[in-house]
Design a protein around this ligand. Structure first.
Ligand code: NAP
Length: 499
């Protein structure tokens, strides 16, 4: 079996619309799935012509509501539609449907016979839109009724553990003889690593469907191909990744995956969302991940899962990088190196001696920032919503600490040469500054402060926009991300290809 095929799911209202979308992605896909249940009623009568209209091997699917589709009419009208689509086989197979999806409980022998006679492969499917499916091997075996069909199971994991279980079961299955998909945002790795799922194909969706497909656990064919180099993923490909929760925003896959071909590395970097560090580590162990980045909110708790950590992790109390070395999992912190380099560039200063710095936030990333500020010789005050956390960090370095509210305005003024924003409060917000997206909304900038936000999405965060308007020099967290990523890359490269 070669690599898994890439199938694009078409959910247009008309056949013309579906053809236009398919053409846009044609260089990145092997198969299109015509979702007849999404078509307008009149269009459904013309589906027999679709394979010749699109010129790409087509999977015919008429999905019922119970299986996550939109087809509301009864089974007899669905049977008629299937019959209409599979009738009058053309001598050129490209003008016939290449595949047809019959659900496990849809058994119409005449349709099955017609499909087989015309060389249309049957995909025998089972969907559980709410739960994971266990005992996959037995279930797939039961679904093979004629011996010719490709069984498909699509299910909804409740967490990353359910996905891990699916990968574990899939590893025992023959390569490419079934289709397995874990849906939803936990399931994204099952689509990118379809090869490890021993899946016949992977499903993709047009980017037009949603601004952030990844949040839905879906992926578009161009991202799959150009960012993840899907067609190059084999059983020998080294896997790296990033974990966190909810892991909605991350540029790391883009940065790391872009570097692998340049470095001649056969590797892929995937996001895997995990509620707990235990689940993240179990997933990494099962699929043989060699190194992974850790983001919000797992940077502190991951330490308990590792076999050893570098001294900087102990000093900072947070770890953003786990590497599978010969002696086991080792934790590193590259946030500190990344922030220090980015701050030196931003301020144009090699040391911060004599400077007074406000550090907003006392989470995992803040710990690395405080460490770097201390290293650079500045005096600082740490502000946080949960004051006890600000105190715990500040005490280590002999810094001041304070609550994060209007009562601390004078304190911020006293430490206003540089203001470093490290909370997640403005992350993802494109609205103007307000009390929900700007952690220091109550502080009026003089215009002399240098303000850096370690958040990089959006490019200009609400607090940055406000500071800039007041005349301050501002920067976002992209350079920190880039430099910490470069340091991570070196660590990951150190274990590249190791068994
Ligand atoms: P974390 O450990 O979960 O800490 C979150 C911090 O934000 C805490 O100080 C928390 O205060 C504060 N916070 C959250 N919601 C708040 C709210 N509504 N009001 C006031 N404070 C709030 O997260 P982290 O790992 O430190 O990450 C924080 C941010 O930094 C994230 O947006 C992350 O993407 C970004 N980051 C960027 C880089 C980079 O390379 N540029 C690297 C690391 C992190 P409490 O303690 O009171 O909960």
């Amino acid at each position: 079996m070669g690599r898994p095929l890439v199938c694009l799911c078409l959910t247009g209202r008309t056949l013309e619309e579906d053809v236009a979308i398919a053409k846009k992605y044609q260089n990145y896909i092997d198969v299109v799935e015509l979702r007849v249940d999404w078509l307008e009623e009149d269009e459904r009568l013309k589906i027999r012509d679709f394979p010749s209209m699109v010129g790409i091997p087509t999977l015919l699917t008429i999905r019922r509501i119970v299986d996550g589709g939109r087809y509301e009419e009864g089974e007899s009208s669905r049977t008629m539609l299937f019959a209409r689509a599979l009738a009058f086989a053309d001598s050129d197979p490209m003008n016939n449907f290449a595949y047809v999806d019959f659900e496990e409980d849809f058994n119409v022998p005449s349709l099955q016979d017609a499909a087989l006679a015309f060389g249309t492969k049957i995909i025998r499917s089972f969907h559980d839109m709410k739960n994971p499916v266990k005992n996959i091997a037995a279930r797939l075996e039961k679904m093979r009724t004629t011996g010719y069909e490709i069984p498909k199971i699509a299910c909804m994991p409740h967490n990353l553990s359910d996905v891990t279980e699916l990968f574990k079961e899939a590893s025992q299955l023959p390569e490419g003889e079934q289709i397995l998909i874990a849906m939803g945002s936990y399931g994204l790795p099952s689509r990118i690593l379809a090869e490890r799922m021993h899946s016949y194909l992977t499903f993709t969706s047009p980017a037009e469907l949603s601004a952030n497909l990844a949040e839905l656990g879906q992926i578009d064919p161009i991202t799959l191909s150009e960012m993840y180099h899907f067609k190059n993923i084999t059983k020998d490909t080294t896997i790296y990744g990033i974990t966190g929760f909810p892991l909605k925003v991350t540029s790391s896959p883009k940065i790391h995956n872009a570097a692998y071909p340049k470095e001649g590395m056969d590797a892929v970097f995937i996001p895997f969302k995990a509620d707990t560090v235990e689940e993240a580590k179990a997933f990494a162990d099962l699929i043989g991940i060699k190194g992974f980045s850790i983001t919000i909110p797992h940077k502190e708790k991951i330490i308990g899962q590792l076999d050893s950590v570098e001294p900087m992790v102990t000093a900072i109390g947070a770890c953003n990088t786990a590497v599978h070395e010969k002696a086991g999992w080792k934790g590193y912190n590259t946030d500190c190196i990344g922030f220090e380099k980015a701050l030196q560039e931003f301020t144009g200063l090699k040391t911060l001696e004599g400077k007074k710095v406000s550090i907003i936030g006392a989470g995992g990333a803040s710990k690395a920032v405080v460490y770097a500020i201390y290293n650079l010789g500045a005096k600082a005050c740490v502000f946080n919503r949960t004051v006890s956390k600000a105190k715990a960090i500040a005490d280590i370095y002999g810094f001041e600490y304070a609550s994060l509210g209007p009562e601390s305005i004078d304190k911020i003024k006293a430490y206003s040469d540089i203001i470093v924003q490290t909370t997640s409060k403005g992350m993802g917000s494109t609205e103007a500054s307000n009390s929900d997206n700007d952690p220091i909304y109550f502080y009026d900038f003089e215009g002399t402060e240098m303000v850096t936000d370690i958040v990089y999405e959006p490019e200009v965060t609400p607090v940055m926009a406000r500071a800039k308007a007041a005349g301050c020099k501002v920067d976002n967290g992209y350079n920190m991300l880039r430099y910490q990523g470069e340091a991570q890359f070196k660590l990951y490269k150190g274990v590249y290809g190791s068994k």
